[in-house]
Write a protein that binds this ligand. Structure first.
Ligand code: SAH
Ligand code: DHB
Ligand code: MG
Length: 223
């Protein structure tokens, strides 16, 4: 087996034992693919990790930036109590439409709201509504804006909230000094903000799997 085949096989082993997709999750992937959405969502083990983090945090309100077809949204939404709230921000009206169907099929339409628009436009609108603080923010949209999203997450959370940033490794590009593409620059700025901000403490973890070599950062909002 090649190295990447091994990563795939191990992910399949973990998924099948610990985080199998049930019918609504399988249907979400099927319909996303049928609608032509790219297969760039989190894997099942990552979705389960997001769900566990939300449960450990006792989350009642979750903010997601980057919905795609709602696969990560469903994992996260299932961590919430019946009166919980998940707001997911998505640029593409088409993605949001596919996601809304997938979310409804999973029975989460009462607690999940997908808002269409560029997140840097919908975030200030959301802040103007003075929502209760979000307990977990999952940042997974255009990576060039990752630092802006961490700043918005800080404004919309409380001490103790978690901020998770996806795709912080990108095959190692994060640590390649010759790589100054906007996505990598944006992610570096987000990590440097987490490292330097007095109200944040965090870490980042490398991962391998069917979607390659990548990773995520987890930060906690303090005092
Ligand atoms: N969280 C999803 C994957 C999201 S993929 C999952 O794991 O299942 C990234 C998504 O971010 C895409 O759907 C893309 O359309 C969206 N996106 C890109 N730029 C954006 C922006 N400026 N504001 C909001 N969403 C954006
Ligand atoms: C890709 C993967 C992601 O998880 C994401 O959020 C955006 C893009 C990718 O592989 O291109
Ligand atoms: Mg991602």
């Amino acid at each position: 087996m090649s190295e990447s085949q091994t990563w795939h096989a191990v992910d399949e082993y973990f998924s099948s034992h610990l985080s199998p997709d049930d019918e609504p999750l399988k249907a979400a992937l099927r319909d996303s693919e049928a609608a032509g959405l790219p297969a760039i969502g989190v894997t099942a083990p990552q979705g389960k990790l997001l769900q566990l983090l939300a449960q450990v945090a006792g989350a009642r309100a979750i903010l997601e930036i980057g919905t795609l077809g709602g696969y990560s949204t469903i994992w996260l939404g299932r961590a919430l109590p019946a009166d919980g709230m998940l707001i997911s921000l998505e640029y593409s009206a088409k993605h949001a439409e596919v996601a809304a169907r997938n979310i409804a099929r999973a029975g989460l339409e009462k607690i999940v709201e997908v808002r269409v628009g560029a997140a840097l436009e919908t975030l200030p609108q959301l802040a103007d509504e003075n929502p209760p603080p979000f307990d977990l923010v999952f940042i997974d949209a255009d990576k060039a804006n990752n630092a802006h999203y961490v700043e918005w997450a800080l404004r919309l959370t409380r001490a103790g909230s978690l901020i998770v940033v996806d795709n912080v490794v990108r095959g190692g590009r994060i640590a390649d000094p010759d790589d100054d593409e906007p996505d990598v620059r944006g992610t570096r700025a987000a990590l440097e903000l987490i490292a330097s901000h007095p109200r944040l403490t965090g870490t980042a973890i490398q991962t391998v799997g069917p979607k390659g070599y990548d990773g995520f950062a987890v930060a906690r909002v303090v005092g």
